[in-house]
Design a protein around this ligand. Structure first.
Ligand SMILES: Cc1cc2nc3c(=O)[nH]c(=O)nc-3n(C[C@H](O)[C@H](O)[C@H](O)COP(=O)(O)OP(=O)(O)OC[C@H]3O[C@@H](n4cnc5c(N)ncnc54)[C@H](O)[C@@H]3O)c2cc1C
Length: 387
């Protein structure tokens, strides 16, 4: 048997997706600003090349390494159905969009200019073994020996609390279409569509006078292939005055459920969706991910300084918010037909500033009280009490 080639480093980051690359950028930025030494970091990613496979939207309330590459900002957002709509005006608090292309490019440039940071593409991790004083990571006949490992691979299905959650499935088209007529300063977070079983809505981002990103989204109790191209095409033909041309596609299946994080404090720490950072009730992840990476970067630099490599998964969400999400998802599973009314009431009963903080996991007590007041108490109390 061939002995594997061995690479020694301080930290291995498994997965060069949003969390792995964000963490590398946070490490570089924090080390530079605080004039601390960077540990030797290896990011291991199976992809050979990165493609423009998604967009990340979030309320841009805090600085992060990708601020300078934000492509679009909108001050207003709306939710509604065929009878009513609520528009919130965030003023200088914007809903913002990054393209994956820009994020991947910016992160790769940061890694390329820091000799301590290394990205290994075409590298699929097969095994991770934690020992007392090191972690061994095996991939493709190579082995990495590190003081600690951050694992950002997608969570195992055994870690997903599927019975108390939903799947968010979506298919999106970025389209060219002349004079679409949608206001350029307003995103449509949820335009609910008539549906019998699933919770269905259209998510629409005006990217320019002739450019839209439109997604057909459903919340379902069971995972399915997110293939809504026919529904999306039918909706576009019905709602646009002019013909359109698809220039990019994206699709996803996001677990809106609790993710059990099996890693405690130690040399192996889960992060990203695997670490439970994505918001179960919405599928929003970007803002919490940046907060988590910032906290992890501080821990890693301190560990490098002290030589004590015991890390802990940062808690990016208050325990009260986690409980609220669980109850809300349980209520939605029981009464999916109420989703339009509940979401519209939620936006109608809160201010734009409260909503951005709530969505970004930064809610204050007054924001939480406003959310509780906005929602109908009966179904939520039932969901909280019943198993
Ligand atoms: C199409 C799409 C659009 C989205 N839009 C938004 C949005 O607008 N706003 C928002 O907040 N969230 C959004 N999300 C949700 C979430 O932000 C993303 O899924 C995000 O990429 C999750 O980050 P992550 O680092 O946890 O996982 P990923 O970015 O998926 O990274 C995991 C990485 O692990 C790698 N990997 C897998 N197996 C192995 C292995 N064996 N060895 C090594 N590496 C491995 C993968 O290749 C991948 O690079 C979207 C998701 C999708 C799919």
């Amino acid at each position: 048997m061939q002995t594997p080639a061995i690479e020694f480093c301080d930290l291995v980051i498994i997965g060069g997706g949003l969390t792995g690359l964000s963490l590398a950028c946070w490490l570089a930025d924090t080390a530079r600003v605080t004039q601390q030494a960077l540990p030797k970091v290896c990011v291991l990613e199976p992809r050979e090349t990165y493609t423009n496979d998604r967009t990340w939207c979030f309320w841009d309330l805090e600085p992060h390494p990708f601020t300078e590459v934000i492509r679009h900002r909108w001050p207003r957002w709306q939710v509604g159905d065929d009878r009513q709509r609520v528009i919130q005006d965030g003023g200088d608090q914007h809903y913002a969009m990054l393209t994956a292309e820009d994020v991947y490019q910016k992160a790769q440039a940061t890694i390329a200019t820091n000799p301590q940071l290394n990205l290994f593409k075409a590298t699929r991790v097969e095994q991770v073994s934690v020992e007392t004083d090191r972690v061994l990571v095996d991939a493709d006949r190579r082995q990495w020996q590190a003081r600690a490992v951050i694992d950002t691979r997608p969570p195992e299905s055994s870690a997903m609390r599927e019975v108390s959650g939903l799947w968010q499935l979506f298919t999106g088209f970025e389209i060219d279409c002349s004079n679409h007529g949608y206001a350029l300063d307003t995103v449509h977070l949820m335009d609910f569509q008539p549906a019998t079983e699933a919770i269905s809505f259209v998510y629409l981002l005006p990217l320019g006078p002739d450019r839209l990103l439109v997604e057909w989204t459903e919340f379902l109790p069971l995972r399915q292939k997110p293939d809504y191209e026919d529904k999306l095409n039918a909706w576009l033909r019905h709602n646009l005055k002019h013909p359109f041309r698809v220039v990019r596609r994206e699709a996803g299946a996001l677990p809106m459920m609790e993710i059990v994080n099996s890693s405690g404090a130690g040399r192996l720490v889960n992060a990203g969706i695997r670490g439970g950072w994505m918001r179960p009730s919405s599928g929003f992840h970007f803002a919490a991910c940046q907060r988590g990476c910032k906290m992890l970067a501080a821990q890693i630099l301190a560990a490098h300084r002290s030589g004590q490599w015991l890390l802990a998964t940062p808690q990016t969400r208050h325990i009260g918010l986690r409980w609220m999400d669980r109850v809300f998802l349980k209520a939605l599973r029981r009464q999916p037909h109420q989703a339009p009314a509940w979401f519209i009431a939620l936006f109608a009963g809160t201010s734009a500033a409260q909503m951005c903080r709530f969505m970004n996991d930064q809610a204050r007590l007054t924001d939480i009280l406003a959310v509780i007041r906005a929602l109908p108490p009966g179904p939520l109390i039932k969901a909280a009490i019943l198993r």
